[in-house]
Write a protein that binds this ligand. Sequence first.
Ligand code: NBP
Length: 475
Amino acid sequence: AVANIGVVGLAVMGSNLARNLASREGNTVAVYNRTYARTQELLEEHPEAGFVASTTIDDFVASLAKPRTAIIMVQAGKGTDAVIEQLRERFEPGDIIVDGGNANFHDTIEREARIAPSGIHFVGTGISGGEEGALDGPSIMPGGTAESYETLGPILASIAAVAEGEPCVTHVGTDGAGHFVKMIHNGIEYADMELIGEAYDLLRRVGGLEPAGIADVFTAWNDGPLQSYLIEITAEVLRHTDAKTGKPFIDIVVDEAGSKGTGVWTVQNSLDLGVPVGGVAEAVFARAVSGKRAQRDAVRGLGLARPTATAAPEGFVDDVAKALYASKVVAYAQGFDAIIAGAEKYGWNIDKGAVAKIWRGGCIIRAQFLNVLADAYAANPNLATLLEAPYFAQAIADGQEAWRRVVVTATQAGVPIPGFSAALSYFDSLSAERLPAALVQGQRDFFGAHTYRRVDTPGPFHTLWSGDRSEIQTA
Ligand code: NBP
């Protein structure tokens, strides 16, 4: 038993994570994959890593020093369950099984509950950053017991991305907390990408800029408050030219966006939690709409599309930047609302500021912005919404007129902006003196006697709508 950490599953994510671990001082890494050919390939390509490789799961387990710690990086779902079972049969109390795949947090809660009685720690861990992150330093979101984190924490800290001197890893909370927070991360990523997509569309169709020019705009934005990995790669994608045709790359890509499910999970769970995450929902729906080719053809075939020749108002590029920033603040506010509600429902003690900090590096939504967000929660952990944090409130105050101009201009030009407009409507809902919810409640009372509360007297009340329309107090 020589290895302090093991990795099971050596496809792209697992092998990169194993190489990352091996490159850090003090780690000896055991590796195992169901199909040995994959292990062999890794050993041949990376002899410098000094991997301790096994052909059987028994040998793999024997190669781990106690407490044994193994990270599973296999296909989420059945593959993960199969490997968990193999390890559980061989591990002893105090040993740690880490699932670093993209598991659904409900599965993680269930798995932890199943394994905990054996005394083995099961740690569902969100890992963000894709292949590159796994190799160079991801953002890591472990759940599981605090006890397991004593062993696991330093190992994960050794391979995590570093942001402003701090490793991008924190013990998020118990059982499924890590995978839950990773899910919300991905949801925010969906919203962020959609908003950036809308900004691009506006700059092109209303602003009249070509992809290379828009790339320059994004590059400039990347030096300001919008700085983020997604803005940076957007500029690269827009600047890229297709080798085959010489056209901008963006113009040879079919305009249908795929997805792997975490955005949908975020929306589904937020619906269950009663948290409005319109930014994520609109992003998920926008991808769905993009794939409805027959419907798109049918409606486009009607020939009703508006010409988009509307001249860009003066200062349009700056307006779009402000609208993007304000909409992004809303998307993050909604995402953190979901984290707060999830923590409450599932009994997790999640430090919002710490989550913001570990998203500053390694992951897809990494951004300067997260420093401000972490500061906001540090100054007041009980913010009713991120929108009330002074910095963000000021940003919205400064950007509000621009945000409205962009939504109006886009609407007149027939450019779809589900993300921008939903974010603005959310803000307008929260800021409204009165909402038409009063009317909805009146309708509910009319047809279903669902009762209502009065603004002036404690209730509830019901109006006898089909009788003499007098009011009765119902409790
Ligand atoms: P894949 O998701 O493609 O899975 C392939 C690996 O799973 C191989 O090692 C394969 O072994 C193993 N495997 C399967 Br499939 N069924 C198995 C079983 N029944 N028993 C044992 N091993 C089994 O690998 P990946 O793309 O490297 O992703 C690994 C995990 O990381 C997934 O959960 C994925 O969702 C997640 N992921 C995360 C990110 C991120 O940014 N965080 C990105 C991509 C993936 P074999 O070689 O014997 O077939």
